[in-house]
Design a protein around this ligand. Sequence first.
Ligand code: M6R
Length: 366
Amino acid sequence: EKGGYDHFMLKEIYEQPRSVRDCMRGRIYPQQGLVQLGGIKEYTEKLKNIDRIIIVACGTSWHAGLVGEYLIEEYARVSVEVEYASEFRYRNPIITEKDLVIAISQSGETADTMAAIELAKEKGATIFGICNVVGASIPRTTHAGVYTHAGPEIGVASTKAFTAQVTVLTLMAFYIAQQRGTITQSKLVEYLTELNEIPNLVEIALKSNDHVKKIAARFKDSTNCLFLGRGSSFPVALEGALKLKEISYIHAEGYPAAEMKHGPIALIDDEMPVVFIATKHSSYEKVISNIQEVKARKGHVIAIVTEGDTDVRAMADYVIEIPQTAEAFVPLLATIPLQLLAYHIAVMRGCNVDQPRNLAKSVTVE
Ligand code: M6R
């Protein structure tokens, strides 16, 4: 059942080259610069005219939503708000028929997400779902949607469902951009060609496993851990922290790297591991100065870097390389070593990684 892996979580981590590819299958045509999302095509006209998208979700799915915010705003130029379903539903939120609400849920059964959808529906909004479990309650309630096709996810800690959600949101961002004319055809060809390679690059990112395992052995007895990133790597930092805390019970927090100086920097001492997502993209120089600030306080830096990087390597305690890709696709690669790090630390601590204490795979109570 576990296909030769010790745990479902590890099996599911290793399935990601396939699950990401399955998620894109029949949906992108790189040479033509075309994205097709059959599940939402009836709403093409609506997408041309919307001024706002609200994403509602919980947990890891909410993190995927935050990545989606960066991508949709960047490429489709529509303003996006990402809300915890549990907060949204109790806030008397301002929603109209003009709004598009995107609900993200692996299980399709999360009670708070379901209630948020019902509320938005009552107010006349159009609701799209991004779900993994076919025919679950959420995809039955939404007006339209796109399945992630990641296959069954058994481990309570979400891994392949997250990367599939991010993949769907990436496709949606380009789809909406294409409809609204906010991206040129030649750029679409370029991006889709690169996106099409991502499953192969995920495969390469998985090759960091043995190296990550050694890093895990070094930090397995830590009591705290900080994860920092900027731009779309900020939600990746949040996701890295959630993975670590839920399966290893180490206290972990994710922050936008620039927020460190507004508080978390006080936590840094010679016992504190700080995981940076420091790939060579728009905030590279700024993240480097955050790394220097951590090193000046004797913190231990583990950095996810672009392959061939030398600048971060010179100052970090450990680096984990991921393949070079466009900034838009970094979340799909940077997430991989963070999943592996959490997994190995949890196993070394003797934790039940597939069934962490106090957690359920689908949270059907509010
Ligand atoms: O099934 P859903 O995507 O709606 O679930 C949302 C959260 O309960 C879920 O992502 C949870 O945070 C996971 N344990 C994260 O690994």
